[in-house]
Design a protein around this ligand. Structure first.
Ligand SMILES: *[C@@H]1O[C@H](CO)[C@@H](O)[C@H](O)[C@H]1NC(C)=O
Ligand SMILES: *[C@@H]1O[C@H](CO)[C@@H](O)[C@H](O)[C@H]1NC(C)=O
Ligand SMILES: *[C@@H]1O[C@H](CO)[C@@H](O)[C@H](O)[C@H]1NC(C)=O
Ligand SMILES: *[C@@H]1O[C@H](CO)[C@@H](O)[C@H](O)[C@H]1NC(C)=O
Ligand SMILES: *[C@@H]1O[C@H](CO)[C@@H](O)[C@H](O)[C@H]1NC(C)=O
Ligand SMILES: *[C@@H]1O[C@H](CO)[C@@H](O)[C@H](O)[C@H]1NC(C)=O
Ligand SMILES: *[C@@H]1O[C@H](CO)[C@@H](O)[C@H](O)[C@H]1NC(C)=O
Ligand SMILES: *[C@@H]1O[C@H](CO)[C@@H](O)[C@H](O)[C@H]1NC(C)=O
Ligand SMILES: *[C@@H]1O[C@H](CO)[C@@H](O)[C@H](O)[C@H]1NC(C)=O
Length: 822
């Protein structure tokens, strides 16, 4: 009987919850619409309540929005974009080359859409002129933004102007391209593009092809018809002819939402949205060394590890032309002429060729035909010398094949299974003088490699095992900045060439010093070290954590763990962007979260967090933790969940920081550290102090404690000024001053007491001015109490907590016996 009563109670709760949430969603200010009509205007500021969203598709899958690129803090980084709402992923951008400010306006008139600058005078972006007046602007459920005339005929569709992403149902026509952004936070067009040609889907850099879809092992060719368009649907990536016949297909696992994106680093990826996250199904090219500029101009990429170095007789150059240049200063690499033959015309007597070491190749060699077969190397060089766009050759001594390197030089890579030999065209400069003795002495790679080989093997195996066990997607490697794979010129030679799969960007100490202005602005400190604010040269703001409590663990462990942390990506986990090793010092560079920690927002003196914001924070934190704990032998236990480690950014973004760090410490040190850590005591599970093992359920306990603080708005241990036992429920706020007493309150115990008496509203933060229903509070309090039960097995998993918070599971019934310890 009791279970039945409970079930129906939940049922009622769910219903009342749904209704009580409605008023919260329709807050003051403009309302999100599916369609807008001419004479409509929007700016980020005028739709601040929606984080700049001003239009939504019918089911809310996509929104049209004016918002900033993710990680910058400067004012003029706003873009008019279409966003996949659940993942906050941008699928289209109008003004990618010309960001606007948060007050710049978008106007819809009968002539189209216009985005003007701050002054309103200059048009930054607009739709082309139309023959008939615009009737409305609609965002379709597919993610297509459509301008229609008064008879509902389409005038313009965003689907016809893709940026770097296409979604299901969108056609990429032959001759059209997806152009990757210049960088993660800079949506300007970069140099990598994915294009549909009449035979294939190809990736190109500076006009040079480096990947073809038909090369994929799982690509099936069905016909020889010319290709007319590319499309992804729920089961595959397809190229079609103009009569709709299938030409080439790559089959994918069925999923209801997929996107294909050309990423800034030069990779093409197809992702499925499953269980609230993007899962990569196709990543191409798989090998890092197949990315044309991975090591800069003429940089040598080691196939197995994507480590960069220079070929012998070359040394590394910096600046705009980063890459490798001849060590002999009297030689330089000529620039190619343009397509009309204009440019530096080389006087052939000044041209010479530098031979590269054996066993090297160029990304384009596999994908283009040689210009000549059966010629000797002098003839091949001659062909190159007579063409100003030719910058070098690869010649097959055995086959006599002659390949030309044209227009732009990319990176070269090690490859032993072929007989091609490269020759790079150089021209003599007038002042033959050899200097730069120091830089010439690029470390002899082989000598450094041998002692490290065993270590690499070990680490690689470890990481591969980890990745396999976790059943994650293909290892993602940060290749955003080419030169990050370079050995650094710092004083620790044995680490010079280390780059592991998954290892994020390695920063020079000097870079961090200038980014943080010599560690000027401290933005936090915790058990693992001090955090400083920094600004990178590309204006990206970062948080630089100086690790101080490292114990005895060495560089190898540090690199291994950093590679693991760096490979973990989730919207609710703070992203590790890079690291730095300088002598004994260790730094981790994280994305910057501009709102600071939950600790500050909850207990600080700023504006009171709204109830809806609190729900969002609780849910985001739970999802981040659930991701860390997801079924996998190497699940990551955070060990230090507390409000200080829950960070916020912008209007809605919630992320957990410091995950994986406990592994950076040796065990002895870590348990000592964790128990002495200031402010952590209230959150650590009882089993920490006993001899019980620490499991993911210890994090669940900490989460429960944090959840109670989110409800109450003050620390679980706090001094409370209270009226001594007055009437029952409903008395909010101490009105009579007669019987005031101050006492120390342990809130979880009070929560348990109020839970038994169902007096939930008395637990809510008194500063909240909005109406909060008892049912909403009950849900959070019950979830929290379930999480803090003394027996770890009784606590729910974080995945279950997420379901409860999202109303997909009823909140559990905490066992009073397991809570009396409170
Ligand atoms: C938009 O505004 C212009 C002038 O401000 C007016 O002439 C026009 O009728 C308006 N159009 C609509 C659809 O309201
Ligand atoms: C939109 O939602 C409705 C009702 O939930 C559903 O029937 C429909 O299939 C959804 N449409 C799309 C395109 O997801
Ligand atoms: C245009 O489409 C909308 C909804 O799709 C519909 O309500 C409206 O009646 C249509 N107008 C015309 C003229 O067909
Ligand atoms: C996806 O496209 C392929 C090729 O046209 C087709 O065979 C398949 O049925 C499509 N899948 C769905 C779910 O429509
Ligand atoms: C498809 O799903 C199966 C089972 O979940 C998985 O083993 C396989 O790797 C997936 N294939 C792709 C291309 O993601
Ligand atoms: C090439 O340079 C040499 C020496 O500078 C000069 O004598 C010769 O005339 C030049 N040839 C051409 C074709 O310009
Ligand atoms: C290359 O071939 C040409 C003509 O076939 C010949 O004159 C020349 O001597 C050859 N060069 C070498 C290095 O073999
Ligand atoms: C090319 O092949 C010839 C004979 O097969 C050999 O003598 C010569 O050394 C080779 N050249 C290079 C650069 O390997
Ligand atoms: C964005 O990238 C473009 C193209 O590489 C570059 O010209 C521009 O300066 C970059 N903008 C910023 C803010 O870094």
């Amino acid at each position: 009987m009791i279970p039945f009563a409970m079930v129906s109670l939940h049922f009622v709760n769910l219903f009342s919850l749904c209704f009580s949430l409605l008023p919260c969603l329709t807050v003051s200010g403009p309302i999100l619409k599916h369609t807008v009509f001419p004479n409509f205007t929007a700016s980020h500021l005028s739709f601040l309540d929606y984080n700049g969203d001003f239009l939504t598709s019918n089911n809310g899958t996509f929104t049209a929005s004016i918002r900033a690129s993710v990680v910058t803090s400067s004012f003029s980084t706003y873009y008019f974009s279409i966003i996949h709402k659940r993942s906050e992923t941008i699928i289209w951008t109008a003004n990618r080359d010309r960001p606007i400010s948060n007050s710049a306006e978008l106007r819809l008139t009968v002539n189209g859409i216009f985005i003007t600058d701050d002054s309103g005078k200059f048009t930054i972006w607009s739709t082309p002129p139309f023959d008939s007046p615009v009737g409305a602007l609609q965002l379709l459920e597919t993610g297509n933004l459509v301008l229609v005339d008064n008879r509902n005929a389409s005038l313009w569709e965003s689907f016809n102007y893709p940026t770097d992403t296409i979604v299901m149902g969108q056609h990429l026509l032959v001759g059209k391209s997806l152009v990757a952004s210049a960088a993660d936070a800079n949506f300007s067009m970069g140099n990598y593009r994915l294009s549909v040609s009449s035979e294939d889907l190809i990736m190109q850099w500076m006009g040079q092809t480096y990947w073809k879809m038909s090369m994929q092992a799982n690509a099936y060719k069905f016909s020889n018809n010319p290709v007319s368009y590319m499309e992804i649907n729920s089961t595959g990536l397809n190229l079609y002819g103009d009569d709709g016949t299938l030409v080439i297909q790559v089959l994918l696992n069925a999923s209801s939402l997929k996107i294909a994106k050309m990423r800034p680093e030069g990779r093409f990826t197809i992702m499925s949205f499953m269980r609230e996250e993007w899962v990569e199904e196709v990543v191409a090219p798989v090998e890092d060394c197949r990315i044309p500029m991975i090591c800069g101009k003429l940089g040598l990429c080691q196939t197995t590890r994507a480590v960069c170095s220079c070929p012998s007789e070359f040394y590394r150059s910096y600046g705009s032309n980063a890459g490798c240049v001849p060590a002999d200063n009297s030689l330089s690499l000529p620039a190619a002429c343009d397509s009309n033959g204009n440019g530096l015309e080389l006087n052939s007597t000044l041209v010479s060729y530098m031979k590269l070491d054996d066993g090297m190749s160029y990304f384009a060699n596999d994908l283009v035909d040689p210009v000549k077969h059966g010629v000797n190397v002098s003839i091949c060089q001659d062909i190159c010398s007579r063409n100003c766009y030719c910058l070098g050759i690869f010649h097959g001594n055995f086959s006599g094949s002659c390949y030309l390197l044209q227009n732009y030089l990319g990176s070269i890579y090690h490859r032993i299974d072929q007989d091609l030999i490269g020759y790079i065209k150089t021209s003599s400069t007038s002042s033959p003088k050899i200097s730069n003795k120091k830089d010439n002495s690029f470390p002899r790679t082989a000598m450094v490699l041998i002692p490290l080989f065993g270590f690499f093997l070990l680490v690689t195996i470890l990481i591969l095992t980890f990745l396999r066990l976790c059943k994650t997607r293909p290892s993602k490697v940060a290749v955003g900045r080419n030169l990050d794979r370079w050995s650094s010129s710092s004083s620790s030679p044995e680490l010079n060439i280390i780059t592991l799969p998954g290892l994020p960007i390695r920063f020079d100490f000097q870079e961090l010093i200038s980014a943080t202005e010599n560690f000027k602005t401290q933005i936090g400190s915790g058990g693992f070290g001090t955090v400083y604010r920094g600004t990178m040269p590309d204006e990206t703001v970062v948080a630089v954590k100086k690790i101080t409590n490292l114990g005895t663990r060495g560089k190898k462990e540090f690199l291994t763990e950093t590679a693991i942390i760096g490979s973990i990506r989730h919207v609710n986990l703070v992203r590790l962007k890079g690291f730095c090793i300088q002598g004994q010092l260790r730094f981790l560079v994280y994305e910057y979260m501009n709102k600071g920690s939950l600790e500050r927002l909850l207990f600080g003196t700023g504006p009171v967090l709204k109830w809806q914001e609190r729900l969002n924070i609780a849910l985001g934190t739970a999802k981040g933790l659930a991701y860390l704990h997801r079924e996998c032998h190497h699940k990551i236990i955070h060990c230090d969940i507390k409000p200080d480690n829950i960070l916020l950014h912008g209007e809605r973004s919630v992320k957990i920081s410091d995950f994986g760090l406990s592994k950076l410490l040796d065990h002895q040190k870590s348990s000592k550290l964790l128990t002495t850590m200031r402010g952590t005591r209230g959150y650590i599970a009882p089993e920490w102090l006993t001899s019980y093992g620490i499991t993911d359920k210890s994090d669940v306990y900490s989460f429960g404690m944090v959840l109670l603080e989110i409800v109450n708005g003050r620390r679980n241990w706090s001094l409370l000024t209270q009226t001594s036992e007055t009437s029952k429920s409903g008395s909010n706020g101490p009105s009579s001053s007669s019987s005031l007493e101050t006492r120390s309150i342990f809130f979880p115990a009070m929560a348990l007491k109020m839970h038994k008496q169902k007096r939930y509203l008395e637990l809510v933060d008194q500063r909240l001015e909005e109406k909060v229903t008892s049912e909403e509070v009950e849900k959070l309090v019950r979830v929290a109490l379930c999480c803090v039960q003394i027996v770890p097995e009784l606590r729910p998993t974080m995945a279950e907590v997420v379901s409860m918070l999202e109303n997909r599971l009823p909140p559990g019934e905490p066992m009073v016996d397991a809570l009396n310890f409170l």
